[in-house]
Design a binder for this molecule. Structure first.
Ligand code: PLP
Length: 362
């Protein structure tokens, strides 16, 4: 007998709770990935993704991979042996970018920042005179920090700009074209309110022209993927079996977000994050991320001295069926991470989290 499903309030760093429209769409009948009905669904999904990315890029698609797969795709298509990749590191996912770029053969110039601080665009842009790519995380989930991608885009020169928007897409302002993002990847399981499993991905014309022509990954080769996802309807060729069910969920969530209005959805995320951060401070708790760079979608807060971080998280799970996240690395026991993403970005979530935390700390 399989374990009975338990519903949770997912206020951790992701996955977040899903929009009900997304979950309902997961029950649609499975249809063929070249079925005209599915092709129309895919086209609508790509169009919706262009809106949340803030781009007109023809090559904007849901990669069949999680956010890390999107990261792999970004680097494997842009760097090869000896290409210089300048990577801004202000948390775990910037570090992961360095490792992925290294495995693609790049010479990595790593620009470290104190965890909790935003990326310093000036320092990153000055790190190398002529890099092939510059890469940074827009919303560093490991530390709850938002960075200024537009400043990197403004000074990138000849380099291609890679941006990680896993914890910003669908919830925070994201303007890929205006900010000069050449290659962007994201995930579905955070502000988009869809289960994990797809990576919304976008590539500028400029980056596509300068792509690695025979990348080490066949599966993530954007040249090959374009023939299936990007081609005109009727001209699709088989590349891999698209996850039709996941794409139905993403299409439904995008419909839901765009019906509410992207601006309204972003305002809802901002309001929830701001209210949560104010409430935590009123409780006497100290926020971890630097003031002025705090992510609305993911709040980091210091565990008070003498409090057992893991015991509090267990209490919340047991008594409220509520998940919040621990910190990362050296902050595992001293920081909590609280997400307000997708449908969870709402006043009721703030009240619930603050009330539950007060009880757990009493
Ligand atoms: N980048 C950021 C900023 C993330 O928060 C995450 C996951 O939380 C990833 C990349 C990796 O995504 P995934 O875990 O879906 O592979």
């Amino acid at each position: 007998m399989p374990a009975i499903l338990t519903s949770r309030f997912l206020f951790g760093p992701g996955p977040s709770n899903c929009y009900p429209e997304a979950t309902a769409a997961l029950a649609y009948p499975v249809i063929g990935h070249l079925d005209p009905v599915f092709i129309e669904r895919l086209d609508r999904t790509c169009a919706g993704l262009r809106t949340v990315w803030g781009t007109a890029n023809a090559r904007t698609l849901p990669l069949s991979a999680t956010g890390s797969g999107g990261m792999e795709a970004a680097f494997v298509n842009t760097v090869s042996n000896g290409d210089v990749a300048v990577v801004a590191v202000n948390g775990l996912f910037g570090e992961r970018m360095c490792e992925v770029a290294r495995r693609c053969g790049a010479t990595v110039v790593r620009v470290d920042h104190e965890w909790g601080q935003p990326v310093d665009a000036e320092r990153v842009l000055a790190a190398h005179p002529n890099p092939k790519v510059i890469a940074a995380v827009h919303a560093e989930t490991s530390v709850g920090v938002l960075s200024d991608i537009a400043a990197l885009g403004a000074g990138k020169g000849d380099a291609l700009l890679i941006a990680d928007a896993v914890t910003s897409i669908g919830g925070l302002e994201l303007l890929a074209d205006e900010w000069g993002i050449d290659v962007g990847y994201a995930g579905t399981q955070k502000c988009l309110g869809v289960p994990p499993g797809l990576s919304p991905f976008t590539v500028s014309e400029r980056a596509f022209e300068r792509r690695i022509k025979d990348p080490r990954s066949w599966y993530l080769d954007i040249g090959l993927l374009g023939g299936y996802v990007g081609a005109a309807s009727g001209a699709r060729t088989y590349h891999h079996t698209a996850p039709v069910t996941m794409i139905a969920g993403l299409e439904a969530a995008l419909d839901r977000i765009l019906a509410e209005g992207l601006g309204a959805v972003q305002a809802r995320h901002r309001a929830a994050g701001t209210a949560l951060q104010a409430g935590l401070q009123e409780m006497g708790l100290e926020l971890f991320a630097a003031e002025g760079a705090r992510l609305p979608s993911l709040t980091t807060v210091r565990v008070p001295d003498g409090v057992d971080s893991a015991a509090v998280r267990s209490y919340l799970l047991e008594h409220f069926s509520m998940e919040i996240g621990s910190g990362v690395r050296e902050f595992t026991d001293t920081v909590w991470r609280i997400g307000m993403m997708g449908p969870n970005a709402a006043p009721a979530s703030v009240t619930l989290v603050l009330g539950a935390l007060k009880e757990a700390l009493a």
